[in-house]
Design a protein around this ligand. Structure first.
Ligand code: NDP
Length: 241
């Protein structure tokens, strides 16, 4: 019950890694504020854990700021919501690029601003985890907008860690490999592509959402008190190959 008495805002809590994180946090005693786009996902989450729910499209900057302002104060923040589209570089449209950037990079910034302004104004410490991807380090074919958005999220994390660290708010990114969620089904359903990826992971398997959630909880907790500004692969060793 390590998070007893703590509140945590989790974006993308409807599915996949965000949902697993929300459930693990609740299991360890946290009060979760779950933010996502699809109301049915939040209804079903509410039937599994005690949480407060906010429905918002994080591609909409004004709506995102309003939702984040309504969600705070909370002790910790997990920016997990993310989206992807598969297009060869030559076919990426500006609309797709802007949309992916809005959800994967701009929304984490907006939500973190609202979270951190409240913490700084009240002079209390905190921790933020931004869910990035190994895609920020690797030029995966057909993932131009996604890779760019995650590379930018890592860079944003470092700036936040620098500026907010002075206020005792730690900010880290985690960079998972393929994790078995609805998003992975969309991006890695081609068996040949999946096999190539798998062959580079020494542990010989893709991640489960719970593997990633455990690392998120560690980075939120005081047990990682001296970790700040990381882009931490959660990848079974993929990055050493
Ligand atoms: P899922 O697609 O399984 O879940 C993503 C969640 O984010 C959903 O609840 C989704 O809601 C929500 N979300 C997406 N777009 C928006 C939006 N515009 N507004 C509000 N909520 C939104 O993805 P994963 O769990 O796989 O991914 C979670 C994070 O992990 C992402 O940031 C992803 O980039 C990252 N990641 C995932 C990997 C993987 O292999 N799965 C690997 C590396 C990183 P809805 O379904 O309603 O759109």
């Amino acid at each position: 019950m390590e998070f007893q008495g703590k509140s945590v805002l989790v974006t993308g809590a409807g599915k996949g890694i965000g949902r697993a994180t929300a459930k693990l946090l609740a299991e360890r005693g946290a009060q979760v504020v779950a933010v996502t786009r699809t109301k049915e996902d939040l209804d079903s989450l509410e039937s599994e854990i005690d949480c407060r729910s906010i429905v918002v499209d994080l591609a909409d900057a004004a709506a995102t700021r309003k939702a984040a302002a309504a969600a705070v104060p909370v002790d910790y923040l997990v920016n997990c919501a993310g989206t992807t589209a598969l297009d060869p570089f030559l076919d990426v449209t500006t609309e797709t690029f802007d949309w992916i950037y809005a959800v994967n990079t701009r929304a984490p910034m907006i939500v973190a601003q609202e979270y951190a302004r409240d913490r700084v104004n009240r002079g209390v410490p905190g921790a933020i985890v931004n869910v990035s991807s190994v895609s920020s380090f690797i030029g995966f074919a057909d993932h131009a907008a996604y890779c760019a958005s995650k590379g930018a999220l890592d860079a944003l994390t470092r700036v936040m860690a620098n500026e907010l660290g002075r206020h005792q708010i730690r900010v880290n990114a985690i960079n998972p490999t393929v994790t078995l969620t609805p998003m992975a089904t969309k991006a890695w359903s081609d068996p040949e592509k999946a096999a190539r990826m798998l062959s580079r992971i020494p542990l010989g398997r893709f991640a489960d959402p719970e593997d990633v959630a455990e690392v998120i909880l560690y980075l939120l907790s005081d047990r990682s008190a001296m970790l700040n500004g990381l882009a931490l692969p959660v990848d079974g060793g993929f990055m050493i190959n």
